[in-house]
Design a binder for this molecule. Structure first.
Ligand SMILES: [Fe+2]
Ligand SMILES: [Fe+2]
Length: 131
């Protein structure tokens, strides 16, 4: 397990909490495959991760846009930075099939990013959306 339930701060918006919990579970399953160096499973789950993360980010961006949230651009740029990293590591995975690199990205970068993004950007946005 990479990310514990208690690592991810609860925000005031229940839709966001649901998106975060689904993503946490998926990332943990992906991480287990990476640790086990299960190439086929990593191949499959990496694609699912890309789709799910995009759905998570896009849902939040739509909610923020509909709610007229002033911090949308800053929030979106933080999403875009992670979108770019995931794309980059997925492209490298497709060529190199190196679980070590993916593991290090998840442990040293993605985990910290998710915990900190939820506790700052998502927390702020959810307070303004007021649902
Ligand atoms: Fe989020
Ligand atoms: Fe977000």
């Amino acid at each position: 397990m990479l990310i514990l339930e208690t690592d991810v701060r609860k925000v005031t918006d229940d839709v966001m909490n649901m998106l975060h919990e689904d993503e946490r579970e998926l990332i943990n399953a992906f991480y287990d495959a990476v640790v086990a160096k299960d190439i086929d499973k990593i191949d499959t789950l990496f694609k699912v991760v890309l789709v799910e993360v995009e759905a998570h980010f896009k849902s939040e961006e739509d909610m923020m846009e509909q709610g007229g949230y002033a911090g949308l651009a800053v929030h979106k740029s933080d999403h875009d930075a992670m979108r770019a990293k995931l794309e980059k590591f997925h492209k490298r995975w497709e060529v190199l099939k190196g679980p070590k690199e993916v593991r290090s990205f998840l442990e040293k970068d993605f985990k910290k990013w998710m915990i900190s993004h939820v506790a700052t950007r998502d927390k702020d946005a959810s307070q303004h959306l007021g649902s």
